[in-house]
Write a protein that binds this ligand. Structure first.
Ligand SMILES: [Zn+2]
Length: 247
Protein backbone atom coordinates (compact mmCIF):
# COMPACT_ATOMS: atom_id res chain seq x y z
CA UNK A 1 0.00 0.00 0.00
CA UNK A 2 2.77 2.41 1.04
CA UNK A 3 4.75 1.62 -2.10
CA UNK A 4 1.75 2.18 -4.32
CA UNK A 5 1.13 5.56 -2.65
CA UNK A 6 4.79 6.52 -3.01
CA UNK A 7 4.74 5.59 -6.70
CA UNK A 8 1.63 7.71 -7.19
CA UNK A 9 3.26 10.60 -5.34
CA UNK A 10 6.44 10.34 -7.43
CA UNK A 11 4.45 10.15 -10.64
CA UNK A 12 2.51 13.29 -9.68
CA UNK A 13 5.75 15.05 -8.76
CA UNK A 14 7.32 14.21 -12.10
CA UNK A 15 4.22 15.25 -14.02
CA UNK A 16 4.06 18.60 -12.21
CA UNK A 17 7.77 19.23 -12.78
CA UNK A 18 7.47 18.17 -16.43
CA UNK A 19 4.48 20.45 -17.00
CA UNK A 20 6.24 23.37 -15.28
CA UNK A 21 9.34 22.89 -17.44
CA UNK A 22 7.27 22.63 -20.61
CA UNK A 23 5.41 25.86 -19.77
CA UNK A 24 8.75 27.60 -19.03
CA UNK A 25 10.26 26.44 -22.34
CA UNK A 26 7.16 27.54 -24.27
CA UNK A 27 7.23 30.98 -22.57
CA UNK A 28 10.97 31.44 -23.22
CA UNK A 29 10.80 30.41 -26.87
CA UNK A 30 7.57 32.30 -27.66
CA UNK A 31 7.99 35.91 -26.47
CA UNK A 32 4.74 36.94 -28.23
CA UNK A 33 2.81 35.38 -25.31
CA UNK A 34 4.17 37.97 -22.86
CA UNK A 35 4.36 41.04 -25.15
CA UNK A 36 1.53 43.29 -26.32
CA UNK A 37 3.12 44.00 -29.73
CA UNK A 38 5.75 42.96 -32.19
CA UNK A 39 7.10 44.91 -35.16
CA UNK A 40 9.47 43.70 -37.88
CA UNK A 41 12.50 45.89 -38.66
CA UNK A 42 14.36 44.10 -41.46
CA UNK A 43 15.31 40.63 -40.22
CA UNK A 44 14.71 41.62 -36.61
CA UNK A 45 11.34 41.05 -34.98
CA UNK A 46 11.08 43.56 -32.14
CA UNK A 47 8.86 42.56 -29.21
CA UNK A 48 7.59 45.53 -27.21
CA UNK A 49 4.82 46.71 -24.90
CA UNK A 50 5.18 50.49 -25.40
CA UNK A 51 5.43 52.41 -28.69
CA UNK A 52 8.89 51.84 -30.22
CA UNK A 53 11.58 54.48 -29.48
CA UNK A 54 11.89 56.72 -32.56
CA UNK A 55 15.61 55.98 -33.02
CA UNK A 56 15.36 52.18 -32.73
CA UNK A 57 15.69 51.65 -36.49
CA UNK A 58 18.96 53.64 -36.51
CA UNK A 59 20.19 51.70 -33.46
CA UNK A 60 19.50 48.40 -35.24
CA UNK A 61 21.24 49.63 -38.42
CA UNK A 62 24.33 50.68 -36.42
CA UNK A 63 24.42 47.31 -34.62
CA UNK A 64 24.19 45.41 -37.92
CA UNK A 65 26.96 47.59 -39.36
CA UNK A 66 29.24 46.52 -36.50
CA UNK A 67 28.65 42.80 -37.10
CA UNK A 68 28.23 42.48 -40.87
CA UNK A 69 31.98 42.22 -41.60
CA UNK A 70 32.30 39.11 -39.42
CA UNK A 71 32.99 35.84 -41.21
CA UNK A 72 30.17 34.19 -39.21
CA UNK A 73 27.64 36.94 -40.05
CA UNK A 74 24.57 35.50 -41.76
CA UNK A 75 22.46 38.06 -43.67
CA UNK A 76 19.51 35.65 -43.74
CA UNK A 77 19.35 34.95 -40.02
CA UNK A 78 16.20 36.20 -38.34
CA UNK A 79 16.51 37.51 -34.78
CA UNK A 80 14.07 38.41 -32.02
CA UNK A 81 14.84 41.58 -30.05
CA UNK A 82 12.88 41.68 -26.79
CA UNK A 83 12.67 45.14 -25.19
CA UNK A 84 12.47 45.74 -21.45
CA UNK A 85 9.47 48.11 -21.57
CA UNK A 86 6.83 46.59 -19.34
CA UNK A 87 6.57 42.91 -20.35
CA UNK A 88 7.37 40.24 -17.74
CA UNK A 89 9.50 38.41 -20.35
CA UNK A 90 12.90 40.05 -19.52
CA UNK A 91 12.46 39.29 -15.79
CA UNK A 92 11.61 35.67 -16.63
CA UNK A 93 14.73 35.37 -18.82
CA UNK A 94 16.83 36.99 -16.07
CA UNK A 95 15.50 34.52 -13.47
CA UNK A 96 16.66 31.62 -15.66
CA UNK A 97 19.92 32.97 -17.16
CA UNK A 98 21.02 35.39 -14.43
CA UNK A 99 21.61 39.13 -14.31
CA UNK A 100 23.37 40.72 -17.29
CA UNK A 101 23.25 43.76 -19.55
CA UNK A 102 21.58 41.81 -22.35
CA UNK A 103 20.78 38.10 -22.57
CA UNK A 104 21.38 36.28 -25.86
CA UNK A 105 20.23 32.74 -26.56
CA UNK A 106 19.35 30.93 -29.79
CA UNK A 107 18.12 33.78 -32.06
CA UNK A 108 17.04 36.08 -29.23
CA UNK A 109 18.52 39.22 -27.75
CA UNK A 110 16.73 40.29 -24.58
CA UNK A 111 17.30 43.72 -23.03
CA UNK A 112 17.67 43.42 -19.25
CA UNK A 113 18.74 47.04 -18.55
CA UNK A 114 16.36 50.00 -18.47
CA UNK A 115 15.93 52.35 -21.45
CA UNK A 116 17.38 55.73 -20.49
CA UNK A 117 17.45 58.07 -23.48
CA UNK A 118 17.86 57.80 -27.25
CA UNK A 119 20.28 54.97 -28.00
CA UNK A 120 21.25 54.45 -24.34
CA UNK A 121 20.15 52.18 -21.53
CA UNK A 122 21.14 51.78 -17.92
CA UNK A 123 22.31 48.70 -16.02
CA UNK A 124 24.57 48.16 -13.00
CA UNK A 125 24.97 51.92 -12.50
CA UNK A 126 26.35 52.39 -16.04
CA UNK A 127 24.89 54.25 -19.01
CA UNK A 128 25.52 51.93 -21.95
CA UNK A 129 25.32 52.10 -25.73
CA UNK A 130 22.27 50.24 -27.06
CA UNK A 131 23.76 49.52 -30.49
CA UNK A 132 27.00 48.17 -28.98
CA UNK A 133 25.20 45.67 -26.75
CA UNK A 134 22.64 44.77 -29.41
CA UNK A 135 25.58 44.01 -31.73
CA UNK A 136 27.15 41.92 -28.93
CA UNK A 137 23.94 39.90 -28.57
CA UNK A 138 23.60 39.47 -32.35
CA UNK A 139 27.18 38.12 -32.51
CA UNK A 140 26.31 35.47 -29.91
CA UNK A 141 23.30 34.53 -32.07
CA UNK A 142 25.62 34.09 -35.09
CA UNK A 143 27.89 31.93 -32.94
CA UNK A 144 24.84 29.87 -31.99
CA UNK A 145 23.87 29.55 -35.65
CA UNK A 146 27.45 28.59 -36.63
CA UNK A 147 28.12 26.05 -33.84
CA UNK A 148 24.60 24.75 -33.17
CA UNK A 149 22.89 24.11 -29.83
CA UNK A 150 25.47 21.60 -28.54
CA UNK A 151 28.53 23.32 -30.05
CA UNK A 152 27.79 26.87 -28.84
CA UNK A 153 28.37 28.03 -25.27
CA UNK A 154 27.43 27.13 -22.60
CA UNK A 155 27.33 23.48 -23.80
CA UNK A 156 30.19 24.02 -26.29
CA UNK A 157 32.47 24.92 -23.38
CA UNK A 158 34.63 27.37 -25.36
CA UNK A 159 36.98 29.41 -23.17
CA UNK A 160 35.77 32.92 -22.38
CA UNK A 161 38.69 34.82 -23.91
CA UNK A 162 37.91 33.34 -27.33
CA UNK A 163 34.11 33.26 -27.05
CA UNK A 164 33.60 36.77 -25.65
CA UNK A 165 36.84 38.09 -27.14
CA UNK A 166 35.73 37.36 -30.70
CA UNK A 167 32.35 39.00 -30.10
CA UNK A 168 33.85 42.16 -28.59
CA UNK A 169 36.62 42.24 -31.20
CA UNK A 170 33.94 42.40 -33.89
CA UNK A 171 31.82 44.93 -31.96
CA UNK A 172 34.57 47.19 -30.52
CA UNK A 173 38.10 45.94 -31.27
CA UNK A 174 37.94 46.37 -35.06
CA UNK A 175 37.28 50.09 -34.69
CA UNK A 176 40.40 50.90 -32.64
CA UNK A 177 44.14 50.72 -33.22
CA UNK A 178 46.20 48.25 -31.23
CA UNK A 179 47.87 51.24 -29.52
CA UNK A 180 44.48 52.56 -28.28
CA UNK A 181 43.67 49.12 -26.83
CA UNK A 182 47.08 48.67 -25.20
CA UNK A 183 46.75 52.14 -23.63
CA UNK A 184 43.30 51.21 -22.30
CA UNK A 185 44.76 48.02 -20.82
CA UNK A 186 47.44 50.00 -18.98
CA UNK A 187 44.70 51.56 -16.82
CA UNK A 188 45.20 50.71 -13.13
CA UNK A 189 41.55 49.62 -12.92
CA UNK A 190 40.54 46.10 -11.87
CA UNK A 191 39.46 43.33 -14.25
CA UNK A 192 35.76 43.91 -13.61
CA UNK A 193 35.88 47.73 -13.78
CA UNK A 194 34.42 49.45 -16.81
CA UNK A 195 36.56 51.16 -19.45
CA UNK A 196 35.06 53.77 -21.80
CA UNK A 197 36.06 54.26 -25.44
CA UNK A 198 35.95 57.48 -27.43
CA UNK A 199 33.11 56.34 -29.76
CA UNK A 200 30.83 55.71 -26.78
CA UNK A 201 31.44 52.00 -26.22
CA UNK A 202 32.22 50.62 -22.79
CA UNK A 203 33.04 47.21 -21.40
CA UNK A 204 34.84 45.67 -18.46
CA UNK A 205 38.65 45.66 -18.54
CA UNK A 206 38.77 41.86 -18.76
CA UNK A 207 36.79 41.94 -22.02
CA UNK A 208 39.18 44.59 -23.37
CA UNK A 209 42.01 42.13 -22.73
CA UNK A 210 40.08 39.34 -24.47
CA UNK A 211 39.25 41.43 -27.54
CA UNK A 212 42.84 42.70 -27.78
CA UNK A 213 44.18 39.13 -27.82
CA UNK A 214 41.67 38.16 -30.51
CA UNK A 215 42.60 41.27 -32.54
CA UNK A 216 46.26 40.21 -32.33
CA UNK A 217 45.44 36.61 -33.37
CA UNK A 218 43.23 37.62 -36.29
CA UNK A 219 45.01 40.73 -37.59
CA UNK A 220 48.69 40.08 -36.80
CA UNK A 221 48.75 36.28 -37.07
CA UNK A 222 46.13 36.10 -39.82
CA UNK A 223 43.92 33.55 -38.07
CA UNK A 224 40.34 32.93 -39.16
CA UNK A 225 37.47 32.43 -36.70
CA UNK A 226 37.86 28.67 -37.19
CA UNK A 227 41.62 28.91 -36.44
CA UNK A 228 40.85 30.84 -33.25
CA UNK A 229 38.24 28.34 -32.05
CA UNK A 230 40.43 25.33 -32.92
CA UNK A 231 43.64 26.76 -31.43
CA UNK A 232 45.02 25.10 -28.30
CA UNK A 233 47.15 28.11 -27.30
CA UNK A 234 46.54 29.32 -23.75
CA UNK A 235 45.55 32.91 -23.10
CA UNK A 236 48.75 33.41 -21.08
CA UNK A 237 51.04 32.16 -23.88
CA UNK A 238 49.28 34.27 -26.50
CA UNK A 239 49.47 37.31 -24.23
CA UNK A 240 53.21 36.78 -23.76
CA UNK A 241 53.70 36.45 -27.53
CA UNK A 242 51.59 39.56 -28.17
CA UNK A 243 53.46 41.67 -25.64
CA UNK A 244 56.84 40.57 -27.03
CA UNK A 245 55.72 41.11 -30.61
CA UNK A 246 54.36 44.58 -29.94
CA UNK A 247 57.24 45.84 -27.84
ZN1 LIG B 1 28.83 38.02 -24.35
Amino acid sequence: MMIRRLKKFLLWGMLTLGTGLTVLIILLTTPSILYANHTAIGNIEVYHSQPLPAELRTTIESALERVSSSEIYDANMKHDLCLNDGSKYPALVESVLGSDVFAAFANKVVVLGKYEEAGKFRQWGQTLSFDQFLAHGLMHNYQYRYHGFFGANPLGNHVQWKWEGYVDYQVIGKHYDMDDLMTALESPKGNFDWLNFKNGESTIKMHVKYLTLVKYALESKGWSYQDLIASKVSMEDLELEMNQGLR
